[in-house]
Write a protein that binds this ligand. Structure first.
Ligand code: PA5
Length: 332
């Protein structure tokens, strides 16, 4: 899997070659991005990139339930790498019932079939990868769809610049990832801490360590952290933890918030690793963080003698999902 992560510049390049191939005509009052796990994180990152750039709200749906405001004026982006995820398929069906304009991002499965049957635009991502490894391709695909639909949250030039950065720095990122894996290889709970609005990157880090390394991770986000969690660290029942904290060096307040968190943990004698995100632009910082945490989580799995690709319990859940949602098993 290490090689798959290091191949990310090629994945971005492939998705860039299809930039502009899918567009949807507005106007739209809102954008909803639906998806779970390694596909769902695409929506979180789109929301992050849209924060200071788009005048329409972006909502992320990580369940089978869609917001009541979804309507004919909604651009609904349905992201499922496999195309066979219950929650995403149910949410997409509900969005279609409400008349939303739906775009599918998938490597195939039932989502692609639904899109073909309903004449919906599809951005195809290459099959044969793991969903979480396909992240930069699906993200670039969605950024391209939004840009071509007059809803730019990142331009093609910004994504190209981010890709060049990954190409230049992949070796260095792999080195940092090894050191991070060394740090995380401990019996202590791993806490990933950051500042708003970078929560999606901390969630991505958590999910990568969950799925690849098979460990439990806690996510802490400042400044909300200063209003509740901070007190929980005063007298925790379980206080064996270590912290990976990261900040955006171009965000002075964000950096100050993370430094404050770090100070709190250090005065309790906890071990803390602090990272500054690198990147010429926001997409670059996202890809840097995602590659760093992805590689570190794979390294940690290998150190533990585990297969980073295997996610047995997700498969167990997926085979029960049809019963839970009352839809019966999927028939691909
Ligand atoms: O990374 C993974 O394998 C998971 O988190 C999946 O992305 C998640 O189970 C959803 O599946 P899919 O991405 O195929 O919709």
């Amino acid at each position: 899997m290490r090689g798959d992560y290091l191949n990310w510049p090629r994945l971005v390049e492939d998705a860039l070659s299809k930039w502009g191939s899918v567009s949807v005509e507005g106007p739209f009052e809102n954008i909803v991005v639906s998806g779970m796990g390694g596909s769902g994180i695409v929506g979180d990152v789109v929301k992050l990139l849209a924060l200071e750039r788009l005048s329409v709200p972006v909502e992320v749906v990580k369940s089978h339930i869609v917001p009541s405001y979804v309507s004919t004026r909604t651009l609904f982006v349905s992201v499922s790498y496999s195309g066979n995820t219950h929650e995403t398929l149910l949410a997409t069906a509900r969005a279609l019932e409400k008349g939303a304009r739906v775009v599918a991002v998938t490597s195939g499965g039932l989502l692609e079939r639904l899109a073909v049957e309903r004449g919906l635009p599809v951005f195809k991502t290459p099959a044969g990868l793991l969903p979480r490894v396909s992240f930069p391709h699906m993200l670039t695909g969605v950024l391209g769809v939004l840009d071509s639909s007059g809803l730019t949250v990142a331009s093609r030039a910004e994504v190209e610049e981010a890709k060049r950065q990954l190409e230049r720095e992949a070796g260095e990122i792999a080195g940092e990832a090894s050191s991070l894996a060394e740090f995380a290889y401990s019996r202590e709970l791993l806490v990933v801490a950051t500042h708003s609005p970078l929560e999606p990157l901390a969630v991505r880090a958590k999910s990568e360590f969950n799925e690849n390394s098979k460990i439990v991770v806690k996510v802490d986000v400042a400044p909300e952290w200063m209003h509740n969690d901070i007190v929980g660290y005063e007298k925790p029942l379980f206080d064996e933890y270590r912290v990976v904290a990261f900040y955006d060096p171009d965000d002075q307040a964000g950096r100050g918030l993370v430094e404050f968190m770090v100070g709190e943990h250090e005065r309790r004698g906890r071990r803390v690793r602090v990272l500054a995100l690198r990147g010429a632009n926001k997409v670059g910082k996202v890809l840097y963080a995602a590659m760093l945490f992805g590689l570190a989580s794979v390294e940690l799995a290998l150190k533990r003698g585990l297969d980073p690709a295997a996610t047995e319990s997700i498969a167990r859940y997926k085979s029960a999902a049809g019963r839970i949602f009352g839809t019966g098993p999927l028939k691909p």
